[in-house]
Design a binder for this molecule. Structure first.
Ligand code: G4P
Length: 527
């Protein structure tokens, strides 16, 4: 039985917006994040987020990355207040640190901002991240960036979003010119023009208009751009989707905003609209049915574990998404899987710059729990009850390596390390089903291998041998599996739960196997 929510809890929940920015590297995520943090007063000088990114990516040497761990963790969740809202931005590691953590972090978000480069359109990493969000049916807001550069025709971009991602879109504003000709954007909701001041980019002038045919636009933008705008918007009015809040909430329609993050153009309008339209924390599915965030009893789940934040102490931090109730420092909760009561005494909250000890937190917030090795990804914590949230999905790896121990005398430590790091969600492990047992590791980002190798050596004292294979796809098989059908450019393995999995070198091999085994299901995720 859930108790009646207090006004305080209801207000705190209503205030919260927890989201992730999904994009392909170089679309401008760091720049946009920085502008949002500046608006929220969480940072005071431009360049601080950028500096951290540079520090993180200046080297591919994992030892160095390790030294920077404190940095990447403090930026894992960025919190600020704006216009009465409490905003949590979840950082989704990209570039070299792209990993399963990137995907899992998305499970902790209530909405996503999809950032697209106006010239490049929908790119590979955006597609992958979009699909994870889309499966959860969370609202997705699109920001088309770099309007100050020559880009694709806006209609073509919208068409590409629909064709590649399968989501319909509704432009909230529309560019008046682009690149060197960029004059501003027309705000379709407020019927006003936001002027881009080419000389002083930071200043934004807003002019109310009667509609998009207002002579004021012609005065400002000239005949050519004014005609173009009127033509485009007329077409959108007739043939485009109209704004529908319910469709947005279900993730079937994405509101689209055009702007230029580096010039701070269109960013504030975007932020304000986004905060208004994006949902506050939503109910989460559990063994006790849906748990509403305003349920008085505290609950949450671990979506990410970050190891070795401080090499001197070998500690780990478990990232907990609060799903219901109020969190108070020092409170006792059930660690459901372990079946015991634990005290949450030194939780940390993450700001752009510092890690602070947190006294209270609410649904939608992320707190970092000191982890002496008791947490696993997906663990549920709850106040006075054994509620378990739906299991986090496992994601299909795309890079595979054969792993073995260099020194056979270290076999025991090797098995222990392999078991623990797999359990932590660091890598996925597969074992071949032939007379010679091979062990494969599967990951979604190359850095996971480097981190795995480093941690095996430093935490378990084991040197390992990793040999990259040419496999690119893993499919979980359901049905009667005939091993003779997996000889060419593929192999059969078992996952840690003994499920049958096939690894394929290319799409052709995968399609052939599917055709030959019509009664077998080929799943992208573990059943
Ligand atoms: P990321 O985190 O998504 O990888 O992208 P990031 O913000 O680092 O931006 C990638 C590059 O795109 C940067 O240029 C950044 O300045 C630029 N950029 C971001 N927003 C805009 C925009 O609205 N217009 C234009 N023209 N460029 C934009 P860089 O040359 O890699 O770095 P920098 O030396 O300029 O900082």
């Amino acid at each position: 039985m859930s108790s009646k929510p207090t006004d305080e809890l209801r207000q705190e929940v209503e205030k919260r917006r927890t989201f992730a920015i999904i994009s392909h590297p170089d679309a401008g995520k760091t720049t946009l994040t920085e502008k949002l943090l500046l608006f929220g007063g969480a940072i005071h000088t431009a360049g601080s987020v950028k500096a951290r990114k540079a520090a993180r990516h200046a080297t591919s040497d994992w030892m160095e990355i390790e030294k920077q761990r404190g940095i990447s963790v403090t930026s894992s969740v960025m919190q600020f207040q704006y216009a009465g809202k409490q905003v949590n931005i979840l950082d989704t590691p990209g570039h070299q640190d792209f990993s399963e953590d990137t995907y899992r972090t998305l499970t902790a978000a209530d909405s996503a901002v999809m950032l697209i480069d106006v010239a490049k359109g929908v790119e590979a990493q955006t597609i992958k991240l979009f699909q994870v969000c889309s499966k959860r049916g969370i609202p997705i807001f699109t920001f088309i960036n770099k309007l100050d550069r020559e880009g694709q025709n806006p209609f073509e971009l919208l068409e590409e979003i629909e064709r590649v991602l399968g989501i319909r879109s509704v432009p909230m504003n529309w560019p008046i010119g682009m690149g060197r000709e960029l004059c501003g954007v027309y705000d379709r909701m407020k019927n006003q023009v936001e002027l881009f001041n080419g000389k002083d980019h930071s200043s934004i002038e807003v002019r109310p208009t009667s509609d998009y045919n207002d002579p004021i636009i012609r005065e400002m933008a000239g005949d050519y751009l004014a005609d173009q705008l009127a033509q485009d918007l007329e077409l959108l009015d007739v043939a485009g989707d109209s704004f529908d809040y319910d469709k947005v909430a279900r993730g079937e329609l994405t509101p689209v905003f055009f702007g230029s993050a580096v010039n701070n153009f269109g960013v504030q309008t975007f932020l304000e609209n986004f905060l208004q339209l994006a949902p506050s924390p939503t109910p989460r599915r559990s063994t006790e049915g849906e748990i509403d965030p305003t349920d008085e009893k505290f609950s949450g789940y671990v979506f990410k574990i970050q190891a070795n934040m401080n090499p001197a102490h070998r500690d780990r931090i478990a990232f907990l998404r609060i799903c219901s109730g109020k969190f108070n420092r020092g409170m006792a909760v059930r660690h459901v899987r372990a079946g015991k009561e634990i005290k949450l005494s030194q939780p940390q909250q993450f700001l752009a710059q510092d890690r602070d000890i947190v006294e209270t937190a609410y649904p939608g917030d992320i707190i970092g729990l000191f982890d002496p090795g008791i947490f696993r990804i997906g663990d549920s914590l709850a106040e006075g009850r054994d509620v378990t949230f739906d299991e986090l999905p496992t994601f299909s790896p795309e890079i595979f390596a054969k792993v073995s121990v260099k020194n056979a005398l270290k076999q025991k430590q090797y098995i222990k390390g392999l078991d623990q790091l797999t359990e932590e969600g660091m890598v996925q492990v597969f074992r071949s089903v032939g007379p010679f047992e091979d062990t494969y590791l599967g990951v979604v980002g190359q850095l996971q291998f480097e981190v795995f190798e480093y941690r095996m050596k430093n935490e378990y004292g084991v040197d390992i041998q990793l040999n990259r294979t040419t496999y690119q796809f893993a499919r979980w098989l359901v049905g009667k599996v005939d091993p003779s059908k997996f000889r060419i450019n593929s192999t059969l393995v078992k996952d840690k739960n003994d499920n049958d999995v096939a690894l394929f070198e290319n799409e052709y091999a995968m399609r052939t196997a599917m055709e030959r085994l019509p009664d077998v299901k080929f799943l992208e995720m573990a059943p």
